[in-house]
Design a protein around this ligand. Structure first.
Ligand code: ADP
Ligand code: MG
Length: 256
């Protein structure tokens, strides 16, 4: 499946014969459907419950913030959405494919095709330039080199870093490094952008700049965006706010 450029298309279309009514008007299933998702970790003899039965539907094109205390389950939930891990029980659907039942190969393929990640620590390779870091998104080698280079430069330009393409991460500010990471997350035009504390290492002014950039990306590209943050100033910019504590998810309502 691909949601590319469909997220903002709400044109109704006639239902096909035999089509189930779980499909929203506009013709696309929700981006995510999580049902009774649990995740437990075994630590020696102790069982740690990171997710305690999470039900969640995220429509395509929504911008969601997830808040909550340290250890509350935010990163674990993001790993489920990001096809980085499978739940202990329950189901995770991305569009019409069930990630919780997929094998490693299918999970990796879903990640590569549908999902861009941004992390608190930027996760750039220090010995590669900004452009080379963005190009690492094409790790599977199926994209010709010239096209990779061209797309990497365009992605950097789209985050305002055209002039810094040949700089190493150490030659860039924290905010610029996060912009490179965002370019890397977007260069393959994913359906979903997942960000785990993307402003957690930045000062306030830079934080606002990065959140503004993510918001612009969301608005312009019709992506589904999920941002984990414990910063309310960041969360207030989202369409929808959730909180997770003790592995339990609650709805906080729209940003306000
Ligand atoms: P948050 O991102 O909200 O700080 P996490 O999702 O990282 O929370 O963690 C939720 C709970 O699961 C915590 O109690 C944490 O210690 C535990 N946990 C997370 N990952 C692991 C792991 N790989 N092994 C064992 N326990 C883990
Ligand atoms: Mg975390």
């Amino acid at each position: 499946m691909t949601y590319l450029h469909q997220a903002t298309d709400t044109t109704p279309r006639p239902a096909a014969a035999g089509e189930t009514t779980t499909i929203a008007p506009g013709g696309t299933p929700p981006m995510y459907t999580l049902t009774a998702v649990t995740k437990t970790y075994q630590q020696k003899k102790r069982t740690v419950t990171a997710l305690a039965g999470v039900d969640l539907v995220i429509p395509a094109g929504q911008m969601v913030a997830i808040q909550g205390p340290t250890g509350g389950g935010k990163s674990t939930l993001l790993q489920m959405l990001g096809a980085l891990d499978r739940p202990t029980s329950g189901t995770v659907r991305l569009g019409d494919s069930e990630l919780s039942a997929a094998g490693d190969h299918a999970l990796a393929a879903a990640r590569a095709r549908e999902i861009g990640f941004v992390f608190q620590g930027f996760n750039l390779i220090p010995t590669l330039t900004a452009a080379e870091n963005v190009e690492t998104a094409f790790a599977d080698g199926s994209t010709p080199r010239a096209e990779r280079r061209e797309k990497a430069r365009a992605a950097l330009a789209s985050v305002g870093l055209a002039e810094r393409a040949d700089h190493l991460p150490s030659e860039l500010s924290g905010g610029q490094q996060q912009r490179v990471a965002i370019a890397r997350a977007l260069v393959k035009e994913p359906s979903v952008l997942l960000a785990d504390e993307p402003t957690g290492s930045l000062d306030e002014a830079t934080r606002d700049e990065i959140v503004g950039l993510l918001e612009g990306v969301w608005r312009d590209r019709g992506l589904t965006v999920v941002i984990v943050t414990h910063d309310s100033a960041v969360a207030r910019r989202a369409q929808r706010r959730l909180r997770i504590a003790g592995g339990e998810l609650t709805e906080l309502g729209p940003g306000a």
